[in-house]
Design a protein around this ligand. Structure first.
Ligand SMILES: [Zn+2]
Length: 84
């Protein structure tokens, strides 16, 4: 599942393509460069920023829904346990 790999990066230093695996620091597996230190090649337009923010919100909502489903499953299991 591509979603579980996190964000795709292309190392700005050595060009290696990799996923950050949802780690807090997206570092290149080949040269260890932190991609947050990458020089910004071009200014992000307001429209692009808004689209990115919307995509981020969508993924957060999806994660919350998954958590809720897991909780419901736990409750079902508890109810099925024999009380005798
Ligand atoms: Zn690299």
């Amino acid at each position: 599942m591509a979603r579980d790999l996190g964000t795709k990066y292309t190392c700005f230093k050595c060009g290696t393509k990799f996923y950050d695996l949802k780690k807090p620091a997206p570092t290149c597996p080949k040269c260890g460069t932190d991609q947050r230190e990458a020089p910004v090649p071009k200014v992000v337009t307001a429209r692009q920023a808004r689209a990115a923010a919307a995509a981020r919100e969508e993924s957060e909502v999806a994660a919350e829904e998954e958590e809720l489903e897991a909780e419901e499953e736990d409750e079902d299991e508890a109810e099925e346990e024999p009380t005798t």
